[in-house]
Design a protein around this ligand. Structure first.
Ligand code: FEO
Length: 406
């Protein structure tokens, strides 16, 4: 059964939800599913903007066939070649053999690498090129590394619709609600949008900044991303989030405590620190067990909050492996500009604090590590309580100072 939505005059959503995929990119949990968005323009020419993941191909093909009726497909615009969007290109080529593919030179190279038979069907475009399909004309804007090198976005100059590729996308299936004003985005979607951005695109903040600068020169009325809701109102709010995330600036003053604990003593210390911080008036405190929380959630929260406490046991004289993995992910995603406090533990050769500190200071950018720390040798002692009081004081002051600066 076809399932389409009208986006605006002449333009239709022909994508599909995927509720069955457990891990996006075989890494990130997506408990609320994901949508693969594709759009069909029915002008004098018919134009498809991107395809969908192979897993949702059947639904997608039904949608396209339903809207085309007896018409042929004239053009396929490929903004992004990653297989969650280009996975069904071959099926489109089989069913609509006269279709012309419009994309960048790099995209065609990748399409060939993936084994797609594009010979004789290519229309190579670059930044600023224009194509007219009848009433609608589009121009192309290169957006390399948002989040692959071949990416472009397409702007319909007739009606102000931006086909934004992965930019402004989010995890989460649409479940029939296509537009941002059909959902409570802040309540139901922002967390997954942040987790999507920070884990998928987070590394490429400078490239996102370049795209935002180009976008500022366009009269954008609507944003059609490749995942998640279409934006037709309050565009500025979401653009602001992207601006902040891509500058690696925290959204909120607050403290994220991530702990690594084998037998409960470090966990207990983390709990005690959280309680002290709340007593001192810092209510925006979140706490996660690094062993029981998928790292994509930790990354998302780390981008959200201004301060971070890393509480870790020592393991094989190194950093506890899940904590080390979290640090490696933070570095890989280019996270920076945070204030960090350390709580370490080690019953017989405590090294976690020193190693975490040197990782933050030597392998990451603009990470301010507080000198105050708590150093446990198994369970908390009276001396540790004094250390923790000093650390809580320092953290609370730092959060308040950052609020005044902000
Ligand atoms: Fe949604 Fe970069 O693919």
């Amino acid at each position: 059964m076809h399932c389409v939505r009208k986006v605006t005059d002449d333009l239709y959503w022909v994508g599909a939800d995927d509720h069955r995929l457990a891990l996006f990119e075989n890494i990130h949990p997506i408990p609320r599913g994901i949508s693969y968005n594709s759009y069909l323009l029915l002008d004098r020419k018919t134009v498809l903007f991107d395809t969908v993941d192979w897993a949702s191909c059947r639904q997608f093909l039904e949608n396209v066939a339903f809207l085309l009726g007896e018409r042929q497909l004239d053009y396929l615009v490929v903004n992004h070649v990653e297989p969650d969007h280009a996975g069904s290109v071959d099926e489109i080529l089989l069913r609509y053999p006269d279709v012309k593919i419009i994309s960048t030179e790099k995209a065609f190279r990748l399409l060939r690498q993936f084994g797609f038979s594009v010979e004789g069907k290519t229309d190579v475009v670059k930044e600023g090129d224009v194509r007219s399909f009848g009433k609608h004309s589009v121009t192309f804007v290169e957006a390399p590394m948002v989040h692959w090198p071949e990416v472009m976005v397409t702007f319909d100059t007739t009606n102000g619709v931006l086909f934004s590729a992965d930019a402004f996308g989010t995890f989460g299936a649409l479940n029939g609600k296509l537009f941002n004003d059909e959902v409570d985005f802040d309540r139901d979607w922002l967390g997954e949008a942040r987790r999507y951005y920070t884990n998928i695109v987070g590394k490429y903040g400078p490239n996102v900044q370049r795209l935002l600068k180009k976008a500022a020169g366009l009269d954008i009325k609507m944003i059609c991303p490749l995942h998640g809701p279409v934006w037709r109102s309050d565009l500025g709010c979401y653009l602001d989030k992207y601006d902040r995330w891509s500058r690696y600036e925290p959204e909120e003053r607050g403290i994220l405590i991530v702990y690594a604990s084998m037998y409960g003593d470090t966990e207990s210390a983390a709990e005690a620190l959280a309680a002290k911080l709340v007593e001192k008036g810092i209510r925006n405190v979140e706490m996660f067990d690094v062993s029981g929380t998928h790292v994509s959630y930790l990354i998302s929260e780390t981008f959200r909050l201004s301060h971070l406490v890393l509480a870790s046991v020592t393991y094989n004289m190194g950093i506890y492996p899940p904590m080390h993995n979290y640090l490696m992910d933070m570095r890989a995603l280019n996270l920076q500009n945070r204030t960090v406090a350390i709580v370490e533990n080690g019953s017989w050769a405590c090294a976690a604090g020193r190693l975490i500190r040197s990782f933050l200071e030597e392998k990451m950018k603009n990470m301010k590590v507080l000198d105050e720390k708590v150093s446990l040798r198994s369970a908390m002692t009276e001396k540790n309580v004094l250390e923790m009081d000093a650390l809580a004081d320092k953290l609370a002051r730092s959060v308040r100072d950052s609020a005044q600066r902000g």
